[in-house]
Design a protein around this ligand. Structure first.
Ligand SMILES: *[C@@H]1O[C@H](CO)[C@@H](O)[C@H](O)[C@H]1NC(C)=O
Length: 266
C-alpha cells in the first residue's frame, strides 16, 4: 500500500509548480473559539450510556475487538479525561455545529489550516500525542451521537464537514505523513467506516483534489460517502441545506449571524 502511495505522490507532485506553497493564515473563522467558552470536560461525568455506545462500535473493530467492556471503559476514561498539550489544541480545533435532519451530529474541522507535517516531523512523541488527540476527537463524536439516541431511534453515524481553505502543497508533499495516514487508516478503517456517515469537503483547491486522489486507493469504498466541492458556496451550501437546517450552518459558510456551535474542542 505504501509503495503505491509513493508512486502516486511522486507522479502527482511532479505536475505541480513551485511557488504555490504559502499557507493562508489569519482567517477569522477560528476566532470563534475565543469568543465562546468551551464546554466543561466530561471526564468524570461520562454516563454508562456513553461508554456503552463507544463499546457498541469498538467491539466490531479489529483493533479493539479483544477489549472487554471494562478494559474499554478504562481506555475511554483515560483518553477523554486527558488534557491535550495547549499547542495541539490551538493547532487542531474542531467543533460540533449541531444535528442534521437525520439527527446525526454535524462536526466541522478546518483541515486546510492543520499542520500535519509539523506533527509528523517532530517525531514519535508528537505523533503519539496527535493519535491520542484524534482518538479523543472520535470519542467526542461518539458521545455526540449517543446524546441523540432514544428508545425508538438509535443514531449510528456522523456528518462531517472538512473546510480545506488554506490547504498547501507543503502538507501534501511529505511522505512520512502519508505513511502515518496509511497506517492509521489500515488499523482503524473499520471504526471510521461505522462512524462516518457522510464527509463533505468544501473549499477544495488543487492540493485537496490531489490529496483526494492519493487517498482514494487507501480509503477505497469510503469514497462513496465523500463529496468534494470547490470554493463556490453557491454549489455546496444548497447541498448542505438538503441535509440540515440553516441554524446548523456556521455564519461564515452562509448560515445565520447568531450561529453558535454546541461545543468547541481544541
Ligand atoms: C493512559 O494512556 C496513556 C497514553 O496512551 C498511557 O501512557 C497511560 O499509561 C494510560 N494510563 C492508564 C491509567 O492506563
Amino acid at each position: 500500500m505504501i509503495r503505491i502511495l509513493i508512486v502516486i505522490l511522486l507522479t502527482g507532485t511532479a505536475s505541480i509548480e513551485a511557488g504555490q506553497t504559502e499557507i493562508i493564515e489569519g482567517s477569522d473563522k477560528l476566532h470563534l473559539r475565543n469568543s465562546i467558552e468551551s464546554e466543561p470536560r466530561q471526564d468524570a461525568g461520562l454516563s454508562e450510556a456513553a461508554y456503552k455506545k463507544v463499546y457498541s462500535y469498538t467491539r466490531n473493530t479489529n483493533a479493539f475487538k479483544d477489549f472487554s467492556y471494562e478494559q474499554m471503559k478504562a481506555r475511554i476514561l483515560n483518553t477523554s479525561s486527558w488534557v491535550p498539550p495547549a499547542e495541539l489544541q490551538k493547532s487542531f480545533p474542531y467543533y460540533h455545529a449541531g444535528y442534521d435532519y437525520e439527527k446525526r451530529p454535524v462536526w466541522v474541522a478546518e483541515i486546510g489550516k492543520f499542520d500535519f507535517r509539523d506533527i509528523v516531523a517532530k517525531g514519535d512523541k508528537s505523533i503519539a500525542e496527535a493519535k491520542r488527540y484524534l482518538f479523543q476527537a472520535v470519542l467526542n463524536g461518539i458521545f455526540s451521537i449517543a446524546a441523540m439516541d432514544t428508545e425508538e431511534q438509535e443514531i449510528k453515524d456522523t456528518f462531517v464537514i472538512f473546510d480545506m481553505e488554506g490547504a498547501s502543497i507543503k502538507q501534501l508533499n511529505f511522505l512520512p505523513s502519508w505513511v502515518q495516514f496509511a497506517e492509521l487508516f489500515g488499523k482503524y478503517w473499520d471504526l471510521v467506516f461505522q462512524l462516518l456517515g457522510r464527509l463533505v469537503i468544501i473549499n477544495a483547491n488543487y492540493v485537496t483534489k490531489l490529496a483526494t486522489d492519493i487517498a482514494r486507493p487507501v480509503v477505497g469504498q469510503l469514497m462513496e460517502r465523500v463529496e468534494v466541492y470547490g470554493v463556490n458556496r453557491n454549489v455546496w451550501l444548497p447541498r448542505l441545506l438538503k441535509h440540515m437546517p440553516i441554524e446548523v450552518i456556521p455564519s461564515w459558510y452562509g448560515g445565520k449571524k447568531n450561529f453558535k456551535p454546541i461545543s468547541i474542542h481544541g
